[in-house]
Design a protein around this ligand. Structure first.
Ligand SMILES: Nc1ncnc2c1ncn2[C@@H]1O[C@H](C[S@+](CC[C@H]([NH3+])C(=O)[O-])CC(=O)[O-])[C@@H](O)[C@H]1O
Length: 323
């Protein structure tokens, strides 16, 4: 049901990744251990409940990842019910046999902001760190990447990936159940590495940037997206407590500071390709994510501030290369 065998054989074809591929079954078993994650049996049940359907069409590079096929109304209902068993759906949206998974985030907006500025992904081996359900992984594959390795330690998101994989059925895309700290040191194997929405969750931003650098081959490209504040070189916000109700936010630099951090760890030619204020249209509660979202994380009287009084979330994307 959660079978990585086809992906592992694709991974082992890559001479820079085959040693890791041999160790992965053990890491995967640890990452999906039912003793560690009590809800996993329930999520696995939702996977088992997914109906057998064959898509007539798969469009990984449309603005929505998904497929339309012929389904009866009862099959559609059955599909929707099983997918809802995997609530909350955060990253998407997805369209599966006309079931529209209206996720908390419009991850397609993030993708649209960067897709034309990065090195073309055609033929590249790509790593997406903290990929959630794998929304951007599917888009990367749709943009021509040869192999897409997503990693995320949250087993619900890995289960959501398997629900999508059941119908998209592409052995060149996987979401592996692990955090960045479980990657082998100095892999130096990827042509492009994405770290989006991760840096501010790391206590040590420099260790994160160094770890990212070490995933890339020489001349590989980093795509880094993270929260930023307005300000100049040297400015960074370290929230005293929560930020936007998140308990695990550490460093939020200005773009000038982040550029200098990238240079300091040895990236060449860092370029800022986008800065966007996160809107309540981009991150919101939906039928598929019924918990609180951005509207409840901002000051009800002043949406330019978080509920804690910090500047409201603004995100920047940088690209940079390894020497
Ligand atoms: N140690 C870790 N290592 C890797 N991932 C982790 C770790 N700990 C948590 N995560 C995962 O990092 C993701 C952060 S969200 C970004 C999603 C996507 N990239 C996006 O840009 O939309 C944040 C945001 O909403 O921006 C979650 O899926 C966690 O499970």
């Amino acid at each position: 049901m959660m079978d990585y065998s086809k992906f592992l054989s694709a991974l082992s074809q890559n001479p820079l990744l085959n040693e890791w591929a041999a160790k992965l079954p053990e890491q995967i078993a640890q990452g999906l251990s039912e003793t560690r994650y009590g809800d996993l049996p329930r999520w696995k049940q939702a996977l088992t409940a997914l109906p057998e359907l064959t898509p007539s069409e798969i469009c990984l590079d449309a603005s929505r990842v998904g497929c339309n096929g012929d389904v009866t109304p009862s099959q559609r209902e059955h599909l929707e019910e099983a997918l809802k068993g995997l609530h909350p759906w955060r990253k998407g949206p997805f369209e599966l046999f006309n079931v529209h998974i209206d996720t908390e985030w419009r991850s397609d907006w993030k993708w649209n902001r960067l897709k034309d500025s990065i090195s073309p992904l055609k033929g590249r081996t790509v790593l997406d760190i903290g990929c959630g359900s794998g929304y951007h992984c599917w888009r990367m594959r749709g943009a021509g990447a040869e192999l897409v390795v997503g990693i995320d330690p949250t087993p619900l998101f890995v289960t959501q990936y398997f629900a999508l994989q059941k119908y998209l059925n592409d052995p060149s895309v996987a979401v592996l159940p692990m955090g960045i700290e479980h990657l082998p040191a100095k892999l130096q194997a990827f042509d492009t590495t994405f770290s989006m929405g991760i840096l501010y969750h790391r206590r040590s931003p420099f260790d994160h940037l160094l770890a990212l650098r070490d995933t890339l081959r020489s001349g590989g490209q980093l795509v880094l997206e993270t929260l930023v504040i307005d300000g100049g070189l040297g400015d960074a916000l370290v929230p005293e407590g929560r930020y936007s109700k998140m308990g695990n936010v550490w460093f939020i630099p200005s773009t000038a500071t982040l550029e200098s951090w990238l240079k300091k760890v040895g990236f060449k030619n860092p370029r800022l390709i986008d800065v966007s204020q996160t809107s309540m249209d981009e991150q919101r509660s939906t039928e598929w994510m019924q918990f609180h979202s951005l509207a409840e994380f901002l000051d009800p009287n002043d949406s330019s501030k978080t509920i804690e009084g910090y500047p409201a979330p603004k995100r920047a994307t940088f690209i940079a290369e390894t020497p």
